[in-house]
Ligand binder design. Structure first.
Ligand SMILES: *Cc1c(COP(=O)(O)O)cnc(C)c1O
Length: 431
């Protein structure tokens, strides 16, 4: 595969950006080689700067549930931009997107738009603290919630710990307010509440953890979190930046039928433009400025072009059969690969939910916490990834990343992808 132009562009980019990128995973560090600079996308396909064509399952890490350059989304963006891109004053489009979401999602009553998932989570953590008057938060090892200081904390040693920072530059005082426990472990959560119950403002979880492999949780564990938080006056915070509008219009809350206190959205909500949001009951949201005393603002919040893009995409998601169709394509993909895996006794397993899938390069039947993932299982991923790329399939460049099926993927794409996956597994395990 030709990669000359991408190599030139990457050399240039390294002069401009740390590591040559504006977000770390894009640098291909965990798979090696040069990142492909993408020139264009249409539907389920992308083309890089050297003209190589790929079927894309990264889909911008989730936002593009309709695929690339969807005509409905693009037309909305272009039409809106012609009337100006930002005013710093309210526009009707904000009402439209809010109405579209709130009238189809009974799990939140009011919403606030921001510009990224990180911003949504950071703001909603402040809201949880402001509402409860408590400082501590409890998070799970293996969940990603963006890069705000309070959340760049990983588990220390022990079941219930104040973590260690997972980034330089995060002050110790933040870490001291963040309790980290393993996923899928009731005992650890009970222990944390026994120690700190009345100090915990919120328990934050990706109800469908999809940023560190796909660590599917038992519904009973999520229900347990609902119960224990309620008993302790703690808010239950579902970070649905990935799962929101992905496993169904109402995300994981609707999928599991669990009412959290706060929900964050991102990714799909903006149709490929930078939008995040947080929502809750009217009572909790009334704490937000200018109604309440929890401050949060944004120059580009509710940006009209981004709102129009989100409206176009979410309207398409509401069409009858949309999610069933996505899920059946994803199931076809996963089952097609799984048949080959079982037949050849390859030491891997496939996990999926809705239109999210993940290949684990380990034979563990159940992978439900970060500790269940063996770091060595990532070694074969490197070869697998590059072989797959050669065969025209683009997935996220790390074995910890999940894949996404979009509405633009055709049955022909799926058939081709199954073959490419199977052949790449053969190369990975038989050569
Ligand atoms: C992607 C993601 C974030 C961060 O969103 P950004 O838009 O990248 O800032 C937060 N939480 C979850 C669950 C995510 O998947």
């Amino acid at each position: 595969m030709k990669n000359k132009r991408s190599e030139e562009l990457f050399e240039k980019a390294k002069q401009y950006f740390p590591g040559g990128v504006n977000s770390p995973v894009r640098a291909f560090r965990s798979v090696g080689g040069t990142p492909h600079f993408i020139a264009k996308g249409k539907g389920s396909h992308i083309w890089d700067a050297d003209g190589n064509e790929f079927i894309d399952y990264c889909c911008s890490w989730g936002p593009l549930i309709l695929g690339h350059a969807d005509a409905r989304v693009n037309n909305a963006i272009i039409k809106t931009a012609e009337n100006g891109t930002s005013f710093g004053a309210p526009t009707e489009l904000e009402n439209h997107l809010a109405e579209l979401i709130l009238s189809n999602n009974k799990y939140i009553e009011k919403i606030r738009f921001v510009s990224s998932g990180t911003e949504a989570v950071m703001s909603a953590i402040r809201l949880a603290r402001g509402f409860t008057g408590r400082n501590k938060i409890l998070k799970f090892e293996g969940c990603y919630h963006g890069h705000s200081d309070s959340l760049l904390v990983k588990a220390g040693s022990g079941l219930v710990t104040f973590g260690n920072t997972s980034s330089a530059g995060v002050p110790e005082v933040f870490v001291n307010e963040t309790i980290v426990v393993p996923l899928n472990n009731q005992k650890a959560v009970e222990e944390a509440f026994a120690k700190f119950g009345k100090d915990i403002a919120c328990v934050i979880i990706e109800p469908i953890p999809a940023n560190n492999g796909l660590l599917l949780q038992e519904k009973s564990f999520l229900e347990f979190l609902r119960d224990i938080t309620k008993k302790n006056g703690t808010l239950l915070f579902f970070d649905e930046v990935i799962s929101g509008f992905r496993v169904g219009f109402t995300g994981a809350a609707g999928y599991y039928k669990i009412q959290p206190d706060i929900i964050t959205y991102g990714k799909i909500i903006g149709g490929g433009l930078p939008v995040g949001a947080y929502g809750a009951s009217k009572e909790i949201m009334s704490k937000i400025s200018p109604e309440g005393d929890v401050y949060q603002a944004g120059t580009l919040s509710g940006n009209p072009v981004a709102m129009a893009s989100g409206i176009a995409q979410l309207n398409a998601c509401l069409e009858k059969g949309f999610y069933e169709n996505l899920e059946s394509k994803c199931n076809a993909l996963v089952n097609g690969i799984r048949n080959h895996v079982v037949k050849n006794k390859y030491p891997i397993r496939l996990f999926s939910i809705g239109s999210i899938f993940w290949i684990s390069f380990s034979e563990n039947e159940k992978i439900a916490s970060a500790d269940d993932i063996d770091a060595n299982s990532m070694i074969p991923f490197r070869k697998f990834f590059h072989t797959l790329l050669e065969k025209g399939i683009y997935i996220g460049p790390s074995g910890y990343e999940v894949g996404f099926v979009s509405a633009a993927h055709t049955n022909e794409d799926i058939t081709k992808t199954i073959s490419a996956f199977c052949e790449s597994l053969d190369v990975t395990f038989q050569d």
